[in-house]
Design a protein around this ligand. Sequence first.
Ligand code: NAD
Length: 259
Amino acid sequence: MRFKDKVVIVTGATGGIGSKAVEAFLKEGASVVASDLDAEKLNDLDRELRCSDRMITLAGDITKGATHNAIVDLAVESFGGLDVALNNAGISHNVVRLPLIEDELARRVIDVDLMAVFLAMKAQLPVMAKQYKEAERTGSIINVASAAGLVAAPLMSVYSAAKHGVIGLTKSAAAEYAKHGIRINSICPAFTKTAMVESFFETSDNNREQATKSLTKGMPMGRMGEISEIISGILFAADPSNSFMTGHSIAIDGGLTAI
Ligand SMILES: NC(=O)c1ccc[n+]([C@@H]2O[C@H](COP(=O)([O-])OP(=O)(O)OC[C@H]3O[C@@H](n4cnc5c(N)ncnc54)[C@H](O)[C@@H]3O)[C@@H](O)[C@H]2O)c1
């Protein structure tokens, strides 16, 4: 029960990583505000996971600042504060060379994957800083970046640029708030079995076996990640006992960025 009595926000809460993160935080004793664009799936998640009254859902678009303000307000009003924010929602684009990415799609990827992390922290940081100032209540923010935010991702240039940006935001905000009781780290997964990777398969010219081989060929472990392996890293970063780690980018990538 590492997160007993802690209040946690999760965005992208109905997705592959988000839904398992919600489940894990609830299991570890937290109260959770789960948010996603997809209201219907959010209702399904609510039915599936409802743990007494420790979970509330809010449907909204994370590219709007108002959504983040509403999520934070809900955490404070319903559960009495905010301890952990997992800024996880994200999208990718088709796997093509840079000139073939539509301008509108590129802007949407930057908006969802980068601007939304800025807007999320803009809503979360003042509340966490106030809690620390008034009661020494510490906070932890985990931004889900990607291995594509650490190294080049050929054919995924705009996604890679947005995720590099998330790491820059994470490091800078971590330095700004290190003395205000808030730790900010990013998690950098490589290919993990979720709907996002399913969409790569759907747009690939290869069959599933060939596509998996080509995705994993640069990975020393030679396989995709399991969602549970990403969740372990998220819980590690969020864990209040992990109190000296901030501004870090944790690669969970089967060794991809080690070589
Ligand atoms: N799966 C991977 O291989 C992988 C690798 C590296 C990084 N990531 C990152 O992990 C995070 C989670 O992705 P996932 O793999 O679980 O994918 P997923 O597609 O299963 O989940 C993404 C979730 O984000 C939500 N979302 C998308 N746009 C939104 C918006 N505008 N407002 C609110 N919610 C929105 C979707 O509804 C979905 O539930 C993303 O940031 C992704 O970039 C994933």
